[in-house]
Design a protein around this ligand. Sequence first.
Ligand code: AMP
Length: 418
Amino acid sequence: MANIDNTNFAGKKAIVRVDFNVPLDENGHITDDTRIRGALPTLKKILADGGSLILMSHMGKPKGKINMKYSLGQIREAVAEALGTDVKFVPDCMKAQEAAAELQPGQVLLLENLRFYPEEEGKPVGIDKEDPGYDEAKKAMKESQKEFAKTLAGYADIYVNDAFGTAHRKHASTAVIADYFDQDHKMPGYLMEKEVTAVDNILSDIKRPFTAIMGGSKVSTKIGIIENLMDKVDNLILCGGMTYTFAKATGGKIGNSICEDDKLQLALDIIAKAKAKGVNLVLGSDCIAADSFSNDAKTMVCPSDNIPDGWQGLDAGPDTINEFRKAILPAKTILWNGPAGVFEFDNFAGGSRAIAEAIVEATTNGAFSLVGGGDSVACVNKFGMADSVSYVSTGGGALLEAIEGKTLPGIAAVKGDK
Ligand code: AMP
């Protein structure tokens, strides 16, 4: 299979699907550039060979419409700085023929957000799945998606997919475009290869004990991975907002804490399944409750299943942190996805910090630790611990689907086995 190392890009134009969906603050400044830095090895190798780059990405969810809040023009300078070279920008990804043709070796072109066109995701617009005519609309969209992908492919000689973060999507730029390149002219980037190897480390040849830590606000978005992990892990820590759904399901009082009322039975099923499989499920016994959703709220420590009305659990309590540490420190394989509290507020970042510290300690003692998903990555960056864990993944949904054992279309497409 062609790869970045065995390909000489001299005099070639490479169109690279990167994941530049970086978080921005209200002024359009990048708050975490992990994803840009992640793509650099691939991009620098192509430029060093004497190739030129056409970079394409999505940002946010503009839903097929132009929305300047999600313009990649905002990150052009940051990309140029990271690459150490000027970056040209084309404000319409379908109108880059001329700019691409003029590209000289060593030059870089960044295309505007692919998702300003509905064809990128390939979902018909303005029609619901239940509406009559949906199937027709979907068929028509698939056809125009092919045209869209073909236009992108026409800009370049070689296609590289280095966007692990979107590899679980069969979109125009992540999969369909690969149809327009032969096997010697399409390949995964270094980042993609590294991510796949890190997932392999977690899935095959697991060193035990294996502790997975799943956090975040909702159990519903993590259920697939939680169920899948149940067959693999020794300890499963569930933390963050999702735990209040469990506390309520088991008869607890959760005050104003976040809760998915339609997932109470699901929570009970997970508890039962963990028991049946002999998995040590850690849900945390206490929390830091706040009298409002704000960094400056009044706080108190209380049992996670006995939170007074008007108060909401926003972080893990001291006992819970000890319970987390007990499950993390002896582990030899660790996976962390999702924060243990509202870490964006400094006063409620303690639980997530404690998890990160315990992971670093276990890693120092020989564990393989994989941290993935936007928020957990933001946590280890915020705490300055990204270099002290084994691997920081740029993928959220893609990482979870890969760990669930699913084939990722973005990887299959460049390997030619989709
Ligand atoms: P998710 O999007 O489901 O992965 O969850 C990530 C978000 O969950 C972060 O923005 C956290 O601030 C939020 N979160 C974590 N714990 C809580 C909590 N106890 N209450 C409300 N939000 C939370």
